[in-house]
Design a protein around this ligand. Structure first.
Ligand SMILES: [Zn+2]
Length: 177
């Protein structure tokens, strides 16, 4: 007998991942699902992003400088999905200040844009106050876990080009909102 379901089953170990980076000339808008930002130092190394492992890091030993990237989950305003959004060290203080002001980022409306409208232009973040209550938002997923798994999967994936927002760097990953 068939097993009827009202949605597909998600294989947690084999999710198609996607990290959203703010496009050059479009504003990303949504409500933050995460309590705070988590981040790590990444190398752009041999055509892909790899986390810096600090001890005996091959990229560090070769003189490649890691860059810090931060991540949060956002319920997208246009796409009605929960996305993983990447931010830079430069824009991080705005998130820190918003968290200090509200106690948590969860529920805050956020808009991300590029100051000069260029693909790798500096990020700007604007906050729109509390837009959703805790109960109105999906549970926060374990981002560290998801990202670790994604970077592991990427080791065997074809290299991506360095531009932020490159479609091949944006592997499809959406969690249903
Ligand atoms: Zn390193």
């Amino acid at each position: 007998m068939a097993m009827w379901q009202n949605r597909p089953e998600f294989d947690k170990d084999n999710l198609p991942y996607r990290i959203h980076r703010c496009p050059a000339a479009k504003t990303m808008k949504g409500v933050i699902v995460s309590d705070g930002i988590i981040g790590t130092a990444l190398h752009y190394w041999k055509g892909r992003s790899v986390p810096c492992t600090h001890d005996e890091c091959t990229a560090c030993i070769a003189g490649n400088k890691p860059r810090w990237k931060g991540y949060f989950q956002m319920k997208s305003a246009d796409e009605h999905t929960v996305q993983i959004v990447e931010i830079t060290e430069r824009v991080y203080p705005l998130f820190e200040a918003a968290k200090r002001k509200h106690g948590s980022l969860r529920g805050l409306g956020v808009r991300l844009s590029r100051i000069n409208g260029k693909p790798n232009g500096p990020l700007q973040a604007d906050f729109d106050g509390i837009q959703a209550s805790d109960a109105e938002l999906p549970a926060e997923a374990n981002l560290c876990d998801i990202l670790e798994r994604m970077w592991e999967q990427k080791q065997s994936a074809p290299p991506i080009t360095p531009e932020e927002g490159d479609p091949r760097g944006n592997l499809p990953f959406e969690m249903p909102a």
